[in-house]
Write a protein that binds this ligand. Sequence first.
Ligand SMILES: Cc1cc2nc3c(=O)[nH]c(=O)nc-3n(C[C@H](O)[C@H](O)[C@H](O)COP(=O)(O)OP(=O)(O)OC[C@H]3O[C@@H](n4cnc5c(N)ncnc54)[C@H](O)[C@@H]3O)c2cc1C
Length: 260
Amino acid sequence: MSIKPKPMPCILSVKDAFFLSPHMIRIVLTSPELKSRSEGCEGANCKIFIPNKNQSPDDLIEQILSGPRPTVRTYTVRNFRKDLLELDIDFVVHGDEGPASNFALNAKPGDFLGFRGPSEVKIKDYYADWYLLAADMSALPVVAATLEKLPKNAVGMAIIEVQSKEDIQNIYAPKGIDINWLIQSDPHIPSRAQETIIRAKSFPDGIIQTCIAGESGVIKSLRTFFKDETQIPKDDIYISGYWKIGLIEDEHQAQKRLEK
Ligand SMILES: Cc1cc2nc3c(=O)[nH]c(=O)nc-3n(C[C@H](O)[C@H](O)[C@H](O)COP(=O)(O)OP(=O)(O)OC[C@H]3O[C@@H](n4cnc5c(N)ncnc54)[C@H](O)[C@@H]3O)c2cc1C
Protein backbone atom coordinates (compact mmCIF):
# COMPACT_ATOMS: atom_id res chain seq x y z
CA MET A 1 0.00 0.00 0.00
CA SER A 2 1.47 3.37 -0.95
CA ILE A 3 1.39 6.10 1.66
CA LYS A 4 0.38 9.50 0.33
CA PRO A 5 3.19 11.98 1.03
CA LYS A 6 2.21 14.86 3.30
CA PRO A 7 1.91 18.13 1.37
CA MET A 8 4.78 20.52 1.95
CA PRO A 9 4.12 23.63 4.01
CA CYS A 10 3.20 26.61 1.91
CA ILE A 11 2.36 30.28 2.12
CA LEU A 12 -1.28 31.35 2.02
CA SER A 13 -2.21 34.97 1.33
CA VAL A 14 -5.08 36.78 2.96
CA LYS A 15 -7.75 37.49 0.34
CA ASP A 16 -10.34 38.82 2.76
CA ALA A 17 -10.87 39.12 6.50
CA PHE A 18 -14.10 40.11 8.21
CA PHE A 19 -16.04 39.72 11.44
CA LEU A 20 -18.53 36.87 11.17
CA SER A 21 -19.83 37.93 14.59
CA PRO A 22 -18.47 40.04 17.49
CA HIS A 23 -16.00 37.32 18.63
CA MET A 24 -15.21 35.52 15.38
CA ILE A 25 -13.17 36.66 12.39
CA ARG A 26 -13.17 34.73 9.13
CA ILE A 27 -9.99 34.91 7.08
CA VAL A 28 -10.25 33.84 3.45
CA LEU A 29 -6.86 32.51 2.37
CA THR A 30 -5.61 31.73 -1.09
CA SER A 31 -2.65 30.23 -2.95
CA PRO A 32 -2.01 28.24 -6.15
CA GLU A 33 -0.62 25.58 -3.74
CA LEU A 34 -4.18 24.78 -2.65
CA LYS A 35 -4.56 22.90 -5.95
CA SER A 36 -2.79 19.98 -4.28
CA ARG A 37 -5.16 19.80 -1.29
CA SER A 38 -8.12 17.41 -1.35
CA GLU A 39 -11.73 18.50 -1.41
CA GLY A 40 -13.80 17.55 1.63
CA CYS A 41 -11.19 18.68 4.17
CA GLU A 42 -13.64 20.95 6.01
CA GLY A 43 -13.38 20.18 9.74
CA ALA A 44 -9.79 18.91 9.49
CA ASN A 45 -7.16 20.74 11.46
CA CYS A 46 -4.17 22.55 10.07
CA LYS A 47 -1.12 24.36 11.38
CA ILE A 48 -0.67 28.04 10.76
CA PHE A 49 2.70 29.76 11.13
CA ILE A 50 2.63 33.44 12.04
CA PRO A 51 5.33 35.54 10.36
CA ASN A 52 7.52 37.91 12.33
CA LYS A 53 7.26 41.62 11.61
CA ASN A 54 8.92 42.38 8.23
CA GLN A 55 9.57 38.70 7.50
CA SER A 56 9.30 37.71 3.83
CA PRO A 57 7.25 34.68 2.69
CA ASP A 58 10.44 32.90 1.50
CA ASP A 59 12.11 33.47 4.83
CA LEU A 60 9.07 32.10 6.71
CA ILE A 61 9.07 28.93 4.59
CA GLU A 62 12.79 28.52 5.18
CA GLN A 63 12.21 28.91 8.92
CA ILE A 64 9.36 26.36 8.91
CA LEU A 65 11.60 23.85 7.11
CA SER A 66 14.90 24.49 8.88
CA GLY A 67 14.06 26.23 12.17
CA PRO A 68 14.10 27.85 14.57
CA ARG A 69 10.43 26.89 14.89
CA PRO A 70 8.22 29.89 14.10
CA THR A 71 5.09 30.68 16.13
CA VAL A 72 2.69 27.89 15.23
CA ARG A 73 -0.98 27.44 16.11
CA THR A 74 -3.64 24.83 15.33
CA TYR A 75 -6.82 25.79 13.49
CA THR A 76 -9.67 24.15 11.58
CA VAL A 77 -10.46 24.33 7.89
CA ARG A 78 -13.96 25.80 7.93
CA ASN A 79 -14.54 25.89 4.16
CA PHE A 80 -12.47 24.87 1.17
CA ARG A 81 -13.38 26.00 -2.34
CA LYS A 82 -10.83 24.19 -4.45
CA ASP A 83 -12.22 25.60 -7.70
CA LEU A 84 -11.49 29.11 -6.40
CA LEU A 85 -8.32 28.12 -4.49
CA GLU A 86 -9.86 29.57 -1.33
CA LEU A 87 -9.77 28.23 2.21
CA ASP A 88 -11.57 29.83 5.18
CA ILE A 89 -10.36 29.74 8.75
CA ASP A 90 -12.55 31.17 11.53
CA PHE A 91 -10.58 32.71 14.41
CA VAL A 92 -12.00 33.33 17.86
CA VAL A 93 -11.10 36.87 18.83
CA HIS A 94 -9.76 36.74 22.38
CA GLY A 95 -7.63 39.85 22.56
CA ASP A 96 -4.26 40.74 21.11
CA GLU A 97 -1.97 38.81 23.46
CA GLY A 98 -2.36 35.58 21.46
CA PRO A 99 -0.32 35.75 18.21
CA ALA A 100 -3.05 34.04 16.18
CA SER A 101 -5.90 36.11 17.59
CA ASN A 102 -3.77 39.21 17.06
CA PHE A 103 -3.00 38.16 13.47
CA ALA A 104 -6.72 37.78 12.78
CA LEU A 105 -7.58 41.14 14.34
CA ASN A 106 -5.08 42.93 12.08
CA ALA A 107 -5.38 40.79 8.94
CA LYS A 108 -5.85 42.58 5.64
CA PRO A 109 -5.65 41.50 2.02
CA GLY A 110 -2.03 40.83 1.01
CA ASP A 111 -0.91 39.61 4.47
CA PHE A 112 0.30 36.03 4.58
CA LEU A 113 0.90 33.11 6.90
CA GLY A 114 2.57 29.72 6.68
CA PHE A 115 0.30 26.70 6.38
CA ARG A 116 0.72 22.98 6.89
CA GLY A 117 -2.03 20.45 6.34
CA PRO A 118 -4.87 19.84 6.41
CA SER A 119 -4.69 16.63 8.42
CA GLU A 120 -7.33 13.94 8.09
CA VAL A 121 -10.92 14.86 8.96
CA LYS A 122 -11.92 13.92 12.51
CA ILE A 123 -14.85 11.68 11.65
CA LYS A 124 -14.40 9.65 8.49
CA ASP A 125 -17.62 7.61 8.51
CA TYR A 126 -21.04 8.49 9.78
CA TYR A 127 -22.84 5.34 10.95
CA ALA A 128 -24.52 6.36 14.24
CA ASP A 129 -28.15 6.06 15.26
CA TRP A 130 -27.69 9.22 17.33
CA TYR A 131 -25.08 12.01 17.19
CA LEU A 132 -23.84 14.21 20.01
CA LEU A 133 -21.93 17.37 19.13
CA ALA A 134 -20.68 20.00 21.56
CA ALA A 135 -18.43 23.01 21.17
CA ASP A 136 -17.33 26.34 22.48
CA MET A 137 -16.40 29.03 19.96
CA SER A 138 -12.95 27.52 19.23
CA ALA A 139 -14.64 24.29 18.16
CA LEU A 140 -17.57 25.89 16.39
CA PRO A 141 -15.75 25.44 13.03
CA VAL A 142 -15.27 21.68 13.50
CA VAL A 143 -18.80 21.15 14.78
CA ALA A 144 -20.35 23.30 12.03
CA ALA A 145 -18.35 21.44 9.36
CA THR A 146 -19.38 18.10 10.89
CA LEU A 147 -23.06 19.11 11.00
CA GLU A 148 -22.83 19.97 7.30
CA LYS A 149 -21.42 16.53 6.50
CA LEU A 150 -23.88 14.43 8.52
CA PRO A 151 -26.28 12.26 6.57
CA LYS A 152 -29.55 14.11 5.86
CA ASN A 153 -31.51 11.69 8.06
CA ALA A 154 -29.14 12.02 11.03
CA VAL A 155 -30.67 12.58 14.46
CA GLY A 156 -29.06 13.85 17.62
CA MET A 157 -28.20 16.91 19.61
CA ALA A 158 -25.69 19.76 19.29
CA ILE A 159 -24.73 22.10 22.13
CA ILE A 160 -22.80 25.18 21.13
CA GLU A 161 -21.58 27.72 23.65
CA VAL A 162 -20.86 31.22 22.34
CA GLN A 163 -19.92 34.49 24.00
CA SER A 164 -22.97 36.53 23.09
CA LYS A 165 -26.25 36.00 21.33
CA GLU A 166 -24.82 37.93 18.37
CA ASP A 167 -22.21 35.15 18.01
CA ILE A 168 -24.91 32.60 17.18
CA GLN A 169 -24.34 31.50 13.60
CA ASN A 170 -26.78 30.37 11.01
CA ILE A 171 -25.40 26.91 10.35
CA TYR A 172 -26.78 24.08 8.30
CA ALA A 173 -27.80 20.94 10.17
CA PRO A 174 -30.03 17.99 9.34
CA LYS A 175 -33.61 18.52 10.61
CA GLY A 176 -33.20 15.71 13.16
CA ILE A 177 -30.39 17.48 15.01
CA ASP A 178 -31.61 19.59 17.89
CA ILE A 179 -29.25 22.58 18.20
CA ASN A 180 -28.94 24.22 21.62
CA TRP A 181 -27.10 27.55 21.76
CA LEU A 182 -25.71 28.60 25.14
CA ILE A 183 -24.23 31.96 26.11
CA GLN A 184 -21.07 32.11 28.22
CA SER A 185 -19.93 35.72 28.14
CA ASP A 186 -16.51 35.13 29.72
CA PRO A 187 -14.74 32.08 28.27
CA HIS A 188 -12.09 32.36 31.02
CA ILE A 189 -14.61 31.31 33.64
CA PRO A 190 -14.87 27.51 33.52
CA SER A 191 -18.31 26.55 32.24
CA ARG A 192 -20.22 23.44 33.22
CA ALA A 193 -23.30 24.22 31.14
CA GLN A 194 -22.55 21.76 28.32
CA GLU A 195 -21.84 18.98 30.78
CA THR A 196 -25.04 19.67 32.71
CA ILE A 197 -27.11 19.25 29.54
CA ILE A 198 -25.22 16.15 28.43
CA ARG A 199 -25.57 14.52 31.85
CA ALA A 200 -29.29 15.28 31.95
CA LYS A 201 -29.87 13.62 28.58
CA SER A 202 -30.78 9.97 28.56
CA PHE A 203 -28.92 8.63 25.57
CA PRO A 204 -31.00 6.48 23.20
CA ASP A 205 -30.10 2.86 22.47
CA GLY A 206 -27.97 2.13 19.43
CA ILE A 207 -24.72 3.49 18.10
CA ILE A 208 -23.71 6.96 19.27
CA GLN A 209 -20.94 9.03 17.68
CA THR A 210 -19.64 12.25 19.18
CA CYS A 211 -17.83 15.34 17.96
CA ILE A 212 -16.91 17.36 21.03
CA ALA A 213 -14.16 19.94 21.50
CA GLY A 214 -13.42 23.11 23.40
CA GLU A 215 -11.70 24.35 26.54
CA SER A 216 -9.59 21.61 28.10
CA GLY A 217 -11.08 21.77 31.61
CA VAL A 218 -14.59 21.22 30.22
CA ILE A 219 -13.29 18.48 27.94
CA LYS A 220 -11.42 16.66 30.70
CA SER A 221 -14.55 16.40 32.80
CA LEU A 222 -16.65 15.24 29.84
CA ARG A 223 -14.03 12.67 28.87
CA THR A 224 -14.24 11.19 32.38
CA PHE A 225 -18.03 11.12 32.09
CA PHE A 226 -17.93 9.19 28.78
CA LYS A 227 -15.30 6.77 30.10
CA ASP A 228 -16.86 6.08 33.48
CA GLU A 229 -20.56 6.53 32.92
CA THR A 230 -21.34 5.49 29.35
CA GLN A 231 -20.75 2.40 27.22
CA ILE A 232 -19.86 4.32 24.05
CA PRO A 233 -16.83 2.66 22.43
CA LYS A 234 -13.70 4.82 22.33
CA ASP A 235 -13.58 4.67 18.53
CA ASP A 236 -16.97 6.35 18.27
CA ILE A 237 -15.94 9.27 20.44
CA TYR A 238 -14.14 12.31 19.08
CA ILE A 239 -13.39 14.54 22.03
CA SER A 240 -10.52 16.99 22.20
CA GLY A 241 -9.25 19.93 24.23
CA TYR A 242 -8.64 22.84 21.84
CA TRP A 243 -7.25 25.42 24.29
CA LYS A 244 -6.83 25.86 28.02
CA ILE A 245 -7.59 28.78 30.27
CA GLY A 246 -4.30 30.47 31.25
CA LEU A 247 -2.01 28.53 28.88
CA ILE A 248 -0.66 29.46 25.46
CA GLU A 249 -0.99 26.74 22.85
CA ASP A 250 2.56 25.36 23.21
CA GLU A 251 2.06 24.94 26.97
CA HIS A 252 -1.34 23.36 26.43
CA GLN A 253 0.00 20.90 23.84
CA ALA A 254 2.89 19.98 26.16
CA GLN A 255 0.42 19.32 28.97
CA LYS A 256 -1.72 17.14 26.66
CA ARG A 257 1.33 15.06 25.72
CA LEU A 258 2.13 14.52 29.42
CA GLU A 259 -1.43 13.43 30.16
CA LYS A 260 -1.49 10.80 27.36
C1 LIG B 1 -7.37 20.62 16.52
C2 LIG B 1 -7.61 22.08 16.90
C3 LIG B 1 -8.38 22.89 16.08
C4 LIG B 1 -8.63 24.24 16.45
N1 LIG B 1 -9.40 25.02 15.62
C5 LIG B 1 -9.65 26.32 15.96
C6 LIG B 1 -10.42 27.18 15.10
O1 LIG B 1 -10.82 26.80 13.98
N2 LIG B 1 -10.66 28.44 15.52
C7 LIG B 1 -10.19 28.92 16.73
O2 LIG B 1 -10.43 30.09 17.05
N3 LIG B 1 -9.44 28.15 17.54
C8 LIG B 1 -9.15 26.87 17.18
N4 LIG B 1 -8.37 26.09 17.99
C9 LIG B 1 -7.88 26.67 19.24
C10 LIG B 1 -6.63 27.53 19.04
O3 LIG B 1 -5.57 26.72 18.56
C11 LIG B 1 -6.22 28.12 20.41
O4 LIG B 1 -7.26 28.95 20.87
C12 LIG B 1 -4.90 28.87 20.37
O5 LIG B 1 -4.44 28.96 21.70
C13 LIG B 1 -5.04 30.28 19.80
O6 LIG B 1 -3.75 30.84 19.69
P1 LIG B 1 -3.43 32.36 20.08
O7 LIG B 1 -2.08 32.63 19.51
O8 LIG B 1 -4.57 33.23 19.66
O9 LIG B 1 -3.39 32.37 21.66
P2 LIG B 1 -2.25 31.72 22.64
O10 LIG B 1 -0.96 32.45 22.49
O11 LIG B 1 -2.21 30.24 22.41
O12 LIG B 1 -2.88 32.03 24.06
C14 LIG B 1 -2.88 33.34 24.63
C15 LIG B 1 -3.90 33.41 25.77
O13 LIG B 1 -5.22 33.33 25.19
C16 LIG B 1 -5.98 32.29 25.81
N5 LIG B 1 -6.83 31.67 24.77
C17 LIG B 1 -6.46 30.81 23.78
N6 LIG B 1 -7.52 30.45 23.03
C18 LIG B 1 -8.59 31.10 23.56
C19 LIG B 1 -9.97 31.13 23.23
N7 LIG B 1 -10.48 30.42 22.20
N8 LIG B 1 -10.79 31.91 23.99
C20 LIG B 1 -10.32 32.62 25.02
N9 LIG B 1 -9.00 32.63 25.39
C21 LIG B 1 -8.15 31.88 24.66
C22 LIG B 1 -4.93 31.32 26.36
O14 LIG B 1 -5.44 30.58 27.46
C23 LIG B 1 -3.80 32.24 26.75
O15 LIG B 1 -4.04 32.77 28.04
C24 LIG B 1 -8.08 24.75 17.63
C25 LIG B 1 -7.26 23.93 18.45
C26 LIG B 1 -7.03 22.60 18.09
C27 LIG B 1 -6.15 21.74 18.96
